[in-house]
Every structure is written in structure tokens, then in C-alpha cells.
Design a protein around this ligand. Structure first.
Ligand code: HEM
Length: 475
């Protein structure tokens, strides 16, 4: 009799719990999105209609696939129409600021510079970094790119010594040496090629170059481990890209799908490899070279002396260093070469400047010499504008807030579509889609002082051309 009663109570509780969970799920995927869409509509913010559970993701997928079928005309640099056709369409249908849906999560996308400045310039941590897909954290680590508020300050303090001027100078010397070696391989290829010509896969070569530089800068001469870790992270990256349009629902990542299991397995491999490297450095503390003077050594030293980050957090930073700079660097260099070969007159000007300012090729690596290469810097800035390696930034509102004059509820994603902003004619003028490095000749010649968002806000605008990339160093 008593056990029947217990069973009945358990059954009632179970039904109650399941109904509550179903109710919450329904609220989350149905009622709330419609209420939020209505709320924004009242304020004049429109967007594509919400589709239950998946939001705008099916439309994004459809537009991406149809966008890929279009090729750009020679001389047309509007690659946003290939990589973000959905933002372009919605901006033309609904205006500069519109609402779309990342699954059931409301997302405001805006090319209004007042909003961009408010979001990226925020120092109160109201707009938190949140890249939705947790697999990004496996690739980039829970390091500076993902942490917010006081956590960000703690991380930044430990990582700070890595980016001092002296370190940047020795890093650029190392990068220069690696680039020389790559060019010697090119020369050899050309010498042995038919008619002294040779073909090379630029992206492949620059992938290798940036990996070599970053692996050496971070992990020193003996960096096979860094390369192994990087290969594993590349696999996670490919898995992440293929899962990008999965519904961003919290429990989705816990499902034992093949992709999820493989990502977790790779994460464990990477984490244990980095943990071993850190322990090796700690064990070297009292030897002659100490922790080592590469980025790993400097970081481990600062970490062990400050004691403010956990092992997991410092592992996150090690991943960040490795993953954040490789793709971005290789992309920038590849597109710069593409643009210089498309515009031979600029190729000529830049070559002439390098030969004039740095007659001794060894000099090229010095930071002062880099400061003299104005045309080269302007070309790189224009490359970043047209083919920015990071095409959008995401933030999430930590509480209800007012964005420009729009009331935005807590938990809304804010999208800053850099690729679109970088070719906005209201900002850059009628030639926004053309290659014109002269627009970076001086601060005065810039259409809008904050408009180049390649490294987010406020990184470049106050420097004159020629010093921009040098002074900012790593982002
Ligand atoms: C052309 C090359 C690069 C581009 C375009 C680029 C772009 C960016 C952007 C847009 C952000 C801001 C992300 C956000 O606010 O959500 C960022 C942050 C960051 N990047 Fe890069 N990056 C480049 C190279 C590198 C390199 C070489 C490294 C290091 C090895 C690096 C390490 C970082 C770190 C640590 C942060 C976080 C900074 C902080 O919040 O304090 N990046 N980068």
C-alpha cells in the first residue's frame, strides 16, 4: 500500500517535471520569439519571420548556397554578397538595423555606426562576447577572445608581458626570417620552372608561413607539439563550420552525435598536450634558461607568479594564441597578394617603396623600417577593409538595455557585420567596392575615423598611415 503511494507520488512528480520542461521549451521556442518580434515591431524594427526552433537558419543556409553559385566579376570586390548574402538581402528589405533569428535567439544586426560604436566601445561589459557555438571555445580556448568583465581583466594582466615592445621586435625578426626562407623556396621554384615561371598555392604557402611563425614565437624552436595541436584544432574547426547552422540550443552539444563526440575527443587530446607543455615549463623554472623566453615561457612565468588564473584558463590562452593568429594572418597575406597581382601599378609602387626604404633586405624586419613603408601599410589596410579575415562580430546583451533608441531585451545577440560595414557607401563613399589604398593616406582622407573594424573598434583610427599595423602589433 505504502509503496503504491510512493510510486504514485513519483509518477505525479515526474509528469509535473516533464510538463514544466515542455512548457519551458514551448515558451522558449514559440511564445517568447513571437513576443520579442512583436516588441521590436512596435519600435519599427522588422526582419525575416521567425520559424519555429530554427529561426532564420534555414533561410541563411538557402541564401548561402544560392550565393555560392554566383561568381564575382573581375575587379568586383563585393565578397560580402558571397559570404553574407543574407545580411545584404535583409538590410535591403528591412533597413540598416533589423531583427533575425539564430534558432530561437533574437539577433539584432546593424550597420548604423551609432549602434556599432555603442556596442564595441562599451566598457561596462553590457555587451558580452558570446559566439553561441560552444565549439568555438574548443578551437580558440576560453581565453581573451571569449572572456568578459573582471575575468577579461585577470586574463589580460597575465598575458600583458607577452605584448611588450621588445617582444614584438623579436617576433617580427623571427617572422622576417621565416618569410625569407619561404621566398627562397619560391625563387628556387621559379629558377627551375619553364621560362622562369612557376605556379604556387598562395594560401597553402601562407598557411604554412603563419603556422611556422606562430609555432616558433609561442613554443620556441622545438615546436612539433604546437604543430600537432594545431592540426587537431584544424579538425575541430572543420567540424565547427559544418555544425554552424545547427540550432543553437544549449543541450544540443551534449547529444552524442558523431561530430559532438569527435569534438570532445579532440578537445581532450589538445588539452592534455598543452597541459603537458605547461608542466614541462614549470619544471624548468630553476634551470639556466628558466621558463623560456618564447610566448609560452613568458606566459607560464607571469601565470605562476600571479596565481590568478586556473590551469584550465591558461590552457585556454595557449589555444587562443595558436588559433587566433594563424588563419587571420594567412588570409590577410593571401588577399594582399591577390590584390597586388590584380593591380600591377600598386605592385610596382609598393616594390619601389620597399627597395627604396629598405635597400638591405635584412632591414625589412626592423620595426622602424616597417614604419617607413607607408604604401605597403596602406595596401594592407585596404586589404583588411575589402577582405577582412573576421567578417562579423557578435555580442550578447547582459541585461535589458537601450541601443541607440531601441529597447533591447537581455539575451539578445547583437551582430556587427564588418564585411558589409567595410563596403558601405554612406561610410566609404561611392567607390566603397573599389580597391583604393589612397583612402588610408592620412587620417583626414579617411571617410570615417572608426570605420575600419578589422581589429574591432578604436584600434587604428588615431594612427597615421604607415604606423597603423606596426603600432597595433597583435590585436
Ligand atoms: C590580420 C590578423 C588579425 C585580425 C584581422 C584579427 C582580428 C581580431 C578581432 C576582430 C578581434 C576582436 C574580437 C572580438 O572583439 O570579438 C581580435 C581579438 C584578439 N586577437 Fe586577433 N586578429 C589578427 C591577428 C591576431 C594574432 C596574430 C594574434 C595572436 C597570436 C591575435 C590574438 C587575439 C587576441 C588575444 C584577441 C583578444 C584581445 C582582447 O580581447 O584583449 N590576433 N582579433
Amino acid at each position: 500500500m505504502e509503496s503504491n503511494l510512493v510510486q504514485a507520488v513519483v509518477a505525479v512528480l515526474a509528469v509535473l517535471l516533464i510538463s514544466m520542461q515542455c512548457g519551458r521549451a514551448l515558451w522558449y521556442v514559440m511564445w517568447r520569439p513571437y513576443a520579442v518580434a512583436w516588441w521590436f515591431r512596435q519600435q519599427g524594427i522588422q526582419g525575416p519571420p521567425y520559424k519555429i526552433l530554427f529561426g532564420s537558419l534555414p533561410e541563411i543556409r538557402r541564401l548561402l548556397i544560392s550565393g555560392r553559385a554566383n561568381a564575382l566579376d573581375a575587379g568586383c570586390h563585393n565578397y560580402a554578397s558571397l559570404v553574407q548574402p543574407f545580411f545584404q538581402k535583409w538590410a535591403s528589405d528591412y533597413g540598416k538595423t533589423f531583427l533575425y533569428w539564430l534558432g530561437p535567439i533574437p539577433a539584432i544586426c546593424s550597420t548604423d555606426m551609432t549602434i556599432v560604436k555603442q556596442v564595441l566601445g562599451d566598457r561596462t561589459h553590457l555587451f558580452q562576447k558570446d559566439y553561441l557555438n560552444p565549439k568555438f571555445e574548443i578551437i580558440l580556448g576560453k581565453g581573451l577572445i571569449f572572456v568578459n568583465g573582471d575575468d577579461w581583466k585577470r586574463h589580460r594582466r597575465v598575458v600583458h608581458p607577452v605584448f611588450n615592445q621588445e617582444k614584438l621586435v623579436s617576433m617580427s625578426a623571427m617572422a622576417s626570417e621565416c618569410a625569407q626562407q619561404m621566398m627562397e623556396r619560391w625563387f628556387a621554384k621559379i629558377k627551375n620552372g619553364n621560362d622562369h615561371q612557376a605556379e604556387t598555392d598562395m594560401l597553402g604557402d601562407f598557411d604554412e608561413l603563419t603556422l611556422t611563425v606562430i609555432a616558433r614565437v609561442i613554443y620556441g624552436e622545438n615546436n612539433q607539439d604546437a604543430r600537432d595541436i594545431f592540426q587537431l584544432l584544424q579538425e575541430v574547426r572543420d567540424l565547427t563550420i559544418s555544425s554552424f547552422l545547427d540550432p543553437p540550443i544549449p543541450w544540443f552539444r551534449y547529444l552524442p552525435t558523431r561530430r559532438n563526440r569527435r569534438s570532445r575527443q579532440l578537445d581532450n587530446f589538445v588539452t592534455s598536450k598543452i597541459r603537458r607543455l605547461i608542466h614541462e615549463r614549470l619544471a624548468r623554472k630553476d634551470t639556466e634558461g628558466g621558463y623560456g623566453d618564447d610566448v609560452l615561457g613568458v606566459t607560464v612565468k607571469a601565470w605562476s607568479e600571479s596565481g590568478t588564473l586556473s590551469v584550465q584558463e591558461i590552457i585556454g590562452e595557449c589555444k587562443t594564441f595558436l588559433a587566433a593568429g594563424q588563419d587571420t594572418g594567412a588570409n590577410l597575406l593571401t588577399w594582399a597578394m591577390f590584390l597586388l597581382s590584380s593591380y600591377p601599378e600598386w605592385q610596382e609602387k609598393v616594390r619601389e617603396e620597399v627597395l627604396r626604404e629598405c635597400p638591405d633586405s635584412i632591414e625589412v624586419h626592423s620595426v622602424e623600417a616597417m614604419g617607413k613603408l607607408k604604401l605597403l601599410n596602406m595596401t594592407l589596410l585596404e586589404t583588411l577593409r575589402l577582405y577582412n579575415p573576421v567578417p562579423f562580430l557578435l555580442r550578447k546583451t547582459a541585461k535589458d538595455t537601450i541601443l541607440a533608441d531601441i529597447r533591447v531585451p537581455k539575451g539578445t545577440t547583437i551582430t556587427i557585420p564588418i564585411a558589409m560595414l567595410h563596403r558601405d557607401e554612406d561610410i566609404w563613399g561611392a567607390d566603397a567596392n573599389a580597391f583604393n589604398p589612397m583612402r588610408f593616406e592620412s587620417v583626414a582622407s579617411r571617410a570615417h575615423p572608426n570605420a575600419l573594424l578589422s581589429f574591432s573598434l578604436n584600434r587604428l583610427h588615431h594612427h597615421s598611415a604607415g604606423n597603423d599595423l606596426v603600432q597595433d602589433g597583435f590585436c
